[in-house]
Design a protein around this ligand. Structure first.
Ligand code: HEC
Length: 184
């Protein structure tokens, strides 16, 4: 490196350092990105959980007879016309299998496995139909819930399912769950 080039490089370094120092000494205000918006009551309505007590169940109701049509229109394509499920689609059977859990071939369904009736309303309203979750009215969700429970002979075929009757439905496997005694 020639002496002239050396001096030039040295000056360049000094100028660069000075610039850096001046930026540090005089920071520009940071422009925050204009993202997001305040959450509304309507937004929050999509987030719910219905516990076994039934707290939060909405008004409305439905019978198995009313649920039959809604089931045919919105559920049967995946779960089958007899609720037998369609393994190729990943859609489980919704009824059957009662008494099979302790056998070598346990079949877990709403009827044979689920401990709480309220979970059925919660799950259908939250997640079904799989390809259009949230699209059913509360009456339709109550009605298909009633239809599934009646098809599994958990309730009578004439029973009205609503916020007061659903939590009282006795699920066949309610006592099949035991508290885990191990220390967590
Ligand atoms: C497009 C296909 C499709 C449609 C339509 C559909 N489901 Fe499902 N359903 C599924 C699939 C797939 C699963 C499994 C989801 C998983 O395990 O995450 C499922 C799971 C369920 C379960 C949980 C079963 C269990 O034991 O885990 C219930 C209950 C259920 N669906 C009810 C309904 C009802 C009621 C309707 C009509 C309102 C409906 N589904 C419409 C595909 C569908």
């Amino acid at each position: 490196m020639s002496p002239l080039r050396f001096v030039y490089s040295f000056l360049l370094v000094l100028v660069t350092l000075a610039r850096g120092a001046s930026v540090r000494a005089d920071p520009q205000p940071i422009a925050l990105p204009d993202l997001g918006q305040a959450i509304t009551e309507g937004d929050l309505a999509g987030y719910f959980a219905i516990p076994p007590s039934g707290a939060g169940l909405p008004p409305g109701g439905g019978t198995p007879a009313q649920g039959e049509l809604a089931y045919a229109n919105h559920c049967a394509a995946c779960h089958g016309d007899k609720m037998q499920g369609m393994p190729a689609l990943g859609a489980p059977a919704l009824t059957g299998g009662r008494g099979s859990l302790a056998t070598g071939k346990p079949i877990k369904t709403v009827e044979s496995y689920w401990p709480y009736p309220t979970t059925l309303f919660d799950y259908i309203k939250r997640a079904m139909p799989f390809d259009a979750p949230g699209s059913l009215t509360n009456d339709e969700v109550y009605a298909v819930t009633a239809y599934i429970l009646a098809s599994g002979r958990v309730i009578e075929s004439s029973e009205l399912i609503d916020a007061s009757t659903l939590p009282k439905v006795a699920m066949p496997n309610r006592d099949g769950f035991i508290p885990d005694p191990r220390q967590h």
